[in-house]
Design a protein around this ligand. Structure first.
Ligand code: NI
Length: 138
């Protein structure tokens, strides 16, 4: 069996409580098991369509538009992106929150890179990348 490492994680009480409730419902015995699965899933997602294979990426970003310059920063990143931005949709969810859905197309590595930067931008509360390809082999 592989050697185990321990690490500490700091997070808000309500977030931890919600996480515990969620994993309990899924049948996890403890947090470590659940976090191991989350990490594996993260790594698998990263492997989907690697390299130069052309993929289409659907990126969703949830953010508060009051965050200083965030809308401008996100728009600027899209203008300078090394992939084609085919479409972007902005929805004003409520008084403060915005949902942006961006469809990009390009080399898989570039799509992952651009999405990673957008999602990691300070102020983005939640972000996702879904990749797909017309080259799916069964
Ligand atoms: Ni908005």
């Amino acid at each position: 069996m592989a050697q185990l490492s321990r690490f500490g994680v700091s997070l808000e009480d309500d977030l931890l409580e919600a996480f515990d409730k969620s994993i309990g419902g899924q049948g996890y015995q403890n947090r470590s098991e659940a976090i191991r699965d989350l990490i594996r899933d993260h790594l698998i997602q990263k492997k989907v369509g690697k390299g130069n294979e052309e993929v289409v990426g659907v990126i969703s970003l949830l953010y508060d538009h009051r965050t200083h310059h965030l809308s401008d920063v996100l728009a600027d990143m899209q203008h300078k992106a090394s992939v084609g931005v085919n479409a972007s949709l902005h929805i004003h969810l409520d008084v403060h929150n915005c949902l942006e859905v961006i469809v990009v197309r390009g080399a898989a590595d570039k799509v992952h890179e651009v999405a990673g930067k957008l999602i990691a931008t300070k102020g983005v509360q939640n972000g996702r990348l879904i990749t797909t390809t017309t080259e799916i082999k069964r």
